[in-house]
Design a protein around this ligand. Sequence first.
Ligand code: PLP
Length: 337
Amino acid sequence: MEDIDWTKLGFKYLDADYNVRCYYRNGEWGELEISSLNQINIHMAATSLHYGQEAFEGLKAFKGKDGKIRIFRMDENAKRMQDSAGGILMANIPVDKFMDAVRKAVTMNKRFVPPYDSGAALYIRPLLIGTGPQIGVNPAEEYLFLVFVMPVGPYFPEGFKPTDLVIMREFDRAAPQGTGKYKVGGNYAASMYEGKKAKEGGFSAVLYLDSKEKKYIDECGPANFFGIKNNTYITPLSDSILPSITNKSLIVLAKEMGLKIERRKVPYEELAEFDEVGACGTAAVISPIKGVYDNDNDKWFKYGDEPGKWSTKLYNKIRAIQYGDEPDTHGWVEIIE
Ligand SMILES: *Cc1c(COP(=O)(O)O)cnc(C)c1O
């Protein structure tokens, strides 16, 4: 193969050698299959294509100084995919099968795991789609689960740098009791228009307020929101937010660092009170936020041009665990030999 320049990787699709596939037919899952094709062959009336029966996951594997490959909290991704499948009536991929497929995909594509020094990682994308035909609105009877991987560069190639968010009340990502809590493609389709608008305005993402009352902070683009004030890590409680595994991990680490934790409704007005604000998710771990612009009221909330003290500590801590620089005292990491 051509040599990969590990320093020039972004977050873009690249072919690896193999992907892992598993078919659900006649009411049961088959065996894991290995493929070297980057295409799938499905029925044109597949429910994933017409009615959005599709869920995905995103996680990473990291190469340590010791040369070992570590996968971060994949059991959590497996459980979350079950929630997503249940939420839109797809066949449930068993947790063990999910994890075996991820292990296989990483092991078979070992040469795509970037070296420790690059700060890059192997991105793992599990996908579950309805493949069986329906023309009436009904769940499919056949499904495909697949896992593919690709090397991705560090999210902050120029260092850990804060960006701005924008509030635009005329857009909703998810309904209050809809599918916002599932990792399904439909939520992404629903947020692309305003996401692009935000980027064109120089913002990294949309900060959504709750769809019902527009009073509380909800999801932050494709990431969870947190704010820090008075030694307290505060993150919104909402039925339309995707439960981020990064956020869940940060909460544990923040508590160990001596911060108090509050998971509750976060009123819009509280944006004026935070010392630090961030977005969190697998892609960046933490994206520090330097400002939130309320587009409807032409009002700025500012948090400083450099990442905050706690955001920096939390970012460094979680990365150290992922790369194996610090001991994994929580059982979050699985080492692939
Ligand atoms: C995937 C995702 C996140 C982040 O979840 P992690 O498990 O931390 O990667 C947050 N919000 C949305 C909408 C997502 O799809």
